[in-house]
Design a protein around this ligand. Structure first.
Ligand SMILES: [Zn+2]
Length: 300
């Protein structure tokens, strides 16, 4: 059984290996799933299409999905977020900015919106907001983004960080974004780069360990449960297809996150001698681990 590409509907793909499972997901596996890459648009997805129930997904996500962060990392992430919003602000016009965060999680970006006096709306399938995100003057919706009736051409800034790689229907998400984004507004998209140097080296290590049949692309059945994987070609393909314009694109990594560990922890030394050099080299060749983009629309 073969499924069609979620971005371009092509049925031509190649297998890149079997997905790893964890102690919970292995009980839900009801098919001979493969991670495949579309031969037309280059996106990675799971074939056949995953048929887990909502309840099964929530069991996976409730299991240690949000890891705890050190104070250093919390501060660093807050700075990153603020810079990201400054960058997007340069493209925004007018005084009253209407802002939507799709998949707002703890609500850090909602707080960033409050600070800027924006009209703030957040949506997520569960309410995981921290207290400061609840107290601000904004709207919060619990539910599925696709099912919402938002006004058309309404939002100046839509934020979509670490969302597209988690949904079975990324094209529908982008179409909906296009419908509710104002002409002249921008949407931020953050996704992992599946063709990073880090993944290439993981593949070499897997092969040396005799585990060549496992996929290093996306992790549909193990934390962080990425079910769709992008690279530069597939991102550009789908945005072009939907007539969405890329106004800013950056390939980046988080090279210094090892500093969130102390030198008596293993993570510090792995980060310093292994991840840091890989990311530096990856960045030089546009093969770093994440992409971030700002996109806009020219027409409805
Ligand atoms: Zn495709």
């Amino acid at each position: 059984m073969n499924s069609i590409c979620p971005l371009c509907d092509s049925s031509k793909n190649k297998s890149v290996g079997r997905p790893k499972t964890n102690s919970i997901s292995k009980n839900f596996i009801d098919n001979d799933y493969k991670v495949v890459q579309c031969l037309n648009c280059d996106v990675y997805y799971v074939s056949p299409r995953i048929s887990f129930s909502e309840e099964q997904w929530s069991k996976l996500y409730n299991n240690e999905y949000f890891s705890s962060q050190s104070d250093w990392l919390i501060k660093k992430r807050a700075e990153e977020l603020s810079q990201r919003f400054d960058k997007a602000s340069k493209y925004l016009k007018g005084d009253q900015i209407s802002f939507l965060d799709v998949g707002c999680g703890e609500g850090k970006s909602l707080i960033e919106g409050f600070k800027r006096d924006w009209e703030v709306t957040g949506i997520d399938i569960v309410d995981n907001r921290i207290e400061a995100a609840k107290t601000g003057n904004g709207n919060f919706i619990v539910g599925n983004f696709i099912d919402q009736k938002f006004p058309k051409n309404h939002f100046d800034f839509i934020y979509l960080d670490s969302v597209l790689e988690h949904v079975l229907n990324p094209k529908e998400y982008l179409l909906k974004i296009k419908e509710i984004l104002k002409i002249g507004g921008v949407c931020y998209i953050g996704v992992p780069n599946e063709d990073s140097l880090f993944n290439i080296i993981r593949k070499i290590v897997f092969t040396l360990l005799g585990r060549n049949d496992f996929s290093v692309k996306i992790k549909p059945f193990d934390n962080p449960y990425h079910i769709i994987g992008f690279n530069e070609k597939s991102l550009k393909y789908i945005l072009n297809e939907l007539d969405l314009e890329i106004v800013y694109l950056r390939n980046f990594g988080r090279k210094f996150d090892f500093l969130s560990h102390t030198p008596n922890q293993r993570g510090y030394w792995i980060g310093l001698f292994f991840l840091l050099p890989i990311e530096f080299i990856g960045n030089m060749f546009n093969k770093d681990v994440y992409y971030e983009l700002l996109i806009s629309k020219k027409t409805n």
